[in-house]
Design a binder for this molecule. Structure first.
Ligand SMILES: CC(C)(COP(=O)(O)OP(=O)(O)OC[C@H]1O[C@@H](n2cnc3c(N)ncnc32)[C@H](O)[C@@H]1OP(=O)(O)O)[C@@H](O)C(=O)NCCC(=O)NCCS
Length: 256
């Protein structure tokens, strides 16, 4: 990728109307498409979720979801030669004395992908937040890989054993409604789970899984171990990294 990359961190209350409009446009043109069950399962929103149509986000919905009033939230923007190329939103809170950061959205424009930009954005977000544990939900394995690289030691060194005990209570304590309402799912949380999922959450987000599953096949073809299991419809992969300090405190090993 040629061009000058600038990455900036903007506190929620300083995010301007123009920035949120740009972010909503980037998302709406680049995120992905609705899956086959979206229309019937999304209730009253179903009429906006026709299978195969782009998943779109209005600026108001984006503010409501990712920069909700009263939350400690942040936008990290990456521009290439002045043009918005990717962004992440994150919300921070404390749970039983532990500092948590949750990525509520990560999106990189199609022309800028596979150049390490998502990883750079998340690494920038982590600066000055080394005392925080970070979580993310995503149907896209590349998002999970970027988070594992930025917050931990990469996909090669994932150890999910600590998540089982930690994550349900942390998610329940989140000020972000969709994180709070998501249900951790997969064999890590329920030994009787038959879906093939290992570490996912049911978020009732009926996005199409063709692109994420193609990315997962690339990972498997490359011989990389994928510990999160399969991705049932309506679910997202769940990654969480603890700080060394938190891990000791909570008697759980580092997750990644
Ligand atoms: C997922 C997304 C953010 C990745 O952005 P990106 O800038 O291309 O990611 P990076 O270049 O930093 O790559 C991150 C990791 O994923 C891998 N990767 C990236 N794209 C991949 C793909 N299509 N298939 C397989 N692996 C991929 C990279 O090799 C890298 O892995 P590593 O660090 O373990 O070697 C981007 O594709 C996107 O915006 N997708 C649609 C939106 C979405 O699903 N967002 C997540 C919802 S929260």
């Amino acid at each position: 990728m040629s061009g000058t990359i600038v990455i900036e961190n903007i506190q929620g209350h300083d995010v301007s109307e123009d920035m949120i409009v740009e972010a909503a446009e980037l998302f709406s043109s680049n995120y992905g498409i609705w899956g086959p069950f979206a229309e019937e399962r999304m209730g009253t929103f179903g009429r906006f979720c026709k299978p195969g149509r782009p998943v779109k986000m209005s600026k108001n919905r984006l503010r409501e979801q990712s920069l909700a009033p009263g939350t400690d939230s942040v936008l990290v923007r990456a521009t290439v030669d002045g043009k918005l190329a990717g962004h992440a939103f994150a919300t921070f809170w404390e749970h039983e004395g532990h500092k948590i950061g949750w990525i509520t959205q990560l999106c990189v424009g199609q022309n800028f992908r596979r150049n390490g930009l998502a990883t750079k954005i998340l690494s920038h977000l982590r600066e000055n937040k080394h005392d925080h544990s970070f979580g993310i939900l995503s149907s896209h394995p590349a998002t999970i890989r970027a988070a594992l690289r930025a917050f931990g030691h990469g996909i090669e060194q994932v150890d999910l054993s600590g998540i089982k005990a930690l994550i349900p209570a942390i998610m329940k304590s989140s000020p972000v409604p969709y994180v709070k309402m998501a249900t951790p799912t997969g064999s890590l949380f329920d030994q009787g789970d038959q879906t093939g999922a290992v570490c996912c959450a049911d978020t009732a987000f009926w996005v199409d899984h063709a692109e994420p599953l193609a990315a997962l096949n690339v990972i498997k073809e490359d011989g990389i171990k994928w510990p999160f299991g399969d991705l049932p419809d309506g679910c997202e992969f769940l990654a969480f990294s603890t700080t060394t300090h938190d891990a000791e405190d909570l008697m759980d090993p580092r997750v990644m």
